[in-house]
Write a protein that binds this ligand. Structure first.
Ligand SMILES: O=C[C@H](O)COP(=O)(O)O
Length: 252
């Protein structure tokens, strides 16, 4: 059975930062990450990718984008080709974040097409899934997430080029966090869906938790079974907080 992966702590800067503060934040993260065991990635807005890439060059911090188009190239004003993201130094690209699903009407099929385009360009897609508060309250969280995993991870995916992030929509930016039992149940269900597809190789797929991860709750969340790191929003905008979350990841 494959070894469980080194935890990955990825910072999704969302639509924040300008050039100078983005460069400074990236440099601070790069310097601070060196002594830490976890893997790190930062995902700035697309226009900042070259600046941030330069700031983290030679460090252990990987570069990620926040979205890509499903098509390889063409007339898609304002969008970004996965190949361009790779060309500017990205290792990862987030696809299917709930803010994209909500703001841009992205369906599981669209997310799967983006993940496929990302992998075809040599990127590792971070495929996001997560239930709404109404679905959580109705006890439908696990079923919703299982459906999203089945529909958003493309048929062509390979286990060694895939990250899944579980982000309950109601926990994002809210300060609310599911219980560790809830997180364990959903991550276990995601692992089972991946195992149905990839067999033993599913053990090597990182399943990140995202939603109000802070230095104060990181150790508890990152210690849950089947949690292989975190996708961090607000706390990734502060280097000390982001690094403290990475420092809380269990050694593997
Ligand atoms: O992609 C990151 C998530 O949406 C989590 O955001 P948050 O840490 O601000 O809750």
């Amino acid at each position: 059975m494959p070894h469980r992966p080194t935890p990955l702590v990825a910072g999704n800067w969302k639509m924040n930062m300008l050039v100078a503060d983005g460069r400074a934040l990236a440099a601070e993260v790069a310097a601070g990450a060196e002594g830490l065991a976890a893997g790190f990635a930062v995902c700035p807005p697309a226009a900042l990718l070259p600046v941030v890439g330069e700031a983290i060059r030679g460090s252990k911090v990987a570069l990620g984008a926040q979205d890509c188009h499903a098509k390889a190239s063409g007339a898609h004003t304002g969008d970004h080709a996965a190949a361009l993201l790779k060309d500017v130094g990205c290792t990862y690209v987030i696809v299917g974040h709930s803010e994209r699903r909500q703001d841009h009407g992205e369906t599981d099929a669209v997310v799967a097409a983006k993940a496929e385009a990302a992998a075809a360009a040599g990127l590792v897609p971070i495929v996001c899934v997560g239930e709404t508060l109404d679905q959580y309250k109705a006890g439908e969280g696990v079923a919703v997430v299982e459906t999203q995993v089945d529909g958003s991870v493309p048929a062509s995916a390979s286990a060694d080029r895939l990250v899944v992030a579980y982000e309950p929509v109601w926990a994002i930016g809210s300060g609310l966090v599911p219980t560790t039992d809830d997180i364990r149940a959903v991550h276990g269900a995601i692992r089972a869906r991946l195992a149905a597809r990839f067999g033993d190789a599913a053990q090597g797929i990182r399943i990140l938790y995202g939603g109000s991860v802070k230095p104060g709750n990181a150790a508890e969340i990152l210690g849950v079974d089947d949690v292989d790191g975190a996708l961090v929003g607000g706390a990734s905008l502060n280097a000390a907080d982001f690094l403290a979350i990475g420092a809380a990841a269990p050694a593997r």
